[in-house]
Design a protein around this ligand. Structure first.
Ligand code: FAD
Length: 305
């Protein structure tokens, strides 16, 4: 049943008709509880409120696939404006970007130029940029882009997904770059040819990656709502005297708020991933696929005025 509903929501996440309709409607069906607003300006007071609670943020302008060069350049321009707004409002916030939204599927030099534009502004304002990881057909290109940018800029990170067989080797390869890595289980529908199908293997591999990256001395963001991963990281850090400024926990906005605050209280750094924008549909469907319990608030949202 769980696998069925996961596949159903992942299938819906790729439905372009519903995606177009969703843009017209604005965040609905409970999506407003996990999305920070339709524009970055709308999200600013929320970020201030979360910062005041002690939570750090990374913002993500929702929207993955762009079809024209102009759209991709506009995305980069918006990202530059976001960095400027973060700086002028003194927000404790990083920015997460998806390379497909910057033209990855259009032309390599387009996405490179867009990333350079973003990184120059980010460097000026001391804002960290994290390249989100998308589906496995883009892993190689994303990691190559990350490595090339890391040669020029320090304020950049990326993501490794524990469901992919390749990830442990990717960590070995990245180690030479002293990377800033967010470690996650992985959110896309992948085949058994490239990814573990059994959840227990995905979980074990995430623990393995957390351990490897921390013991390599690299900054590690453990991005999971799973208590088992959180407890594992805490114990590992204690046993190996890993300084608290070498790692942080990350969770999605609207998920496990109490746990976020409890971790803060224990002295850990916690960052909330806050998406905003009118392209909320695919993001919302992937969250429903991950946790069918989220359907409950979505269904309530349908009947709410
Ligand atoms: P799951 O494996 O989904 O759940 C394990 C257990 O955790 C559950 O059984 C339950 O006990 C508990 N749990 C989970 N969710 C909740 C909840 N909402 N409330 C209460 N308990 C819960 N994926 C990518 O592919 N690329 C990315 O770039 C990326 N970036 C991310 C950034 C952040 C900050 C986060 C948090 C996730 C990101 N993801 C990304 C998504 C990630 O890959 C997983 O799909 C997602 O986090 C679900 O896995 P999980 O480890 O949180 O827990």
């Amino acid at each position: 049943m769980e696998a069925l509903s996961k596949n159903f929501f992942l299938y819906l996440s790729n439905n372009s008709v519903l995606d177009r309709l969703a843009k017209k409607w604005g965040p609905k069906f409970g999506a407003d509880k996990i999305v920070g607003g339709e524009t970055f300006e709308q999200a600013v007071p929320l970020i201030q409120q979360l910062n005041n609670q002690g939570l750090d943020i990374t913002v993500d302008h929702l929207g993955e696939f762009v079809s024209s060069e102009e759209e991709a350049r506009n995305r980069a321009k918006e990202c530059v404006e976001t960095i400027q707004t973060i700086s002028s409002n003194q927000l404790q916030s990083q920015v997460s970007v998806k390379l497909t939204s910057l033209g990855l599927d259009i032309r390599h030099d387009l996405v490179w130029e867009n990333m350079i534009t973003i990184m120059e502004e980010a460097k000026k304002h001391n804002v960290v940029i994290t390249i989100d990881m998308e589906d496995s057909t883009r892993t190689e290109k994303t990691l190559e882009m990350y490595k090339a940018l890391k040669e020029k800029y320090d304020n950049i990170g990326t993501v490794i997904q524990s469901y992919l067989y390749r990830s442990s080797e990717d960590l070995d390869d990245l180690n030479a770059y002293n990377p800033y890595l967010r470690l996650v289980k992985g959110a896309y529908k992948e085949s058994g040819k490239v990814a573990f199908v059994e959840k227990s293997y995905v979980d074990d591999n995430l623990k393995h990656l957390i351990k490897k990256n921390l013991l390599n001395g690299n900054y590690t963001a453990v991005a999971s709502h799973d208590d088992a991963m959180i407890e594992y990281t805490k114990s590992l850090a204690k046993e190996n005297n890993i300084p608290s400024d070498q790692f942080e926990f990350q969770m999605l906005y609207g998920m496990r708020n109490d746990t976020q605050l409890a971790l803060l209280k224990e002295g850990y750094k916690v960052r909330v991933y806050l998406p905003y924008g009118d392209d909320w549909y695919g993001y919302f469907m992937r969250r429903l696929a991950e946790r069918p319990a989220n359907v409950a608030f979505a269904v309530k949202g349908i009947f709410k005025k």
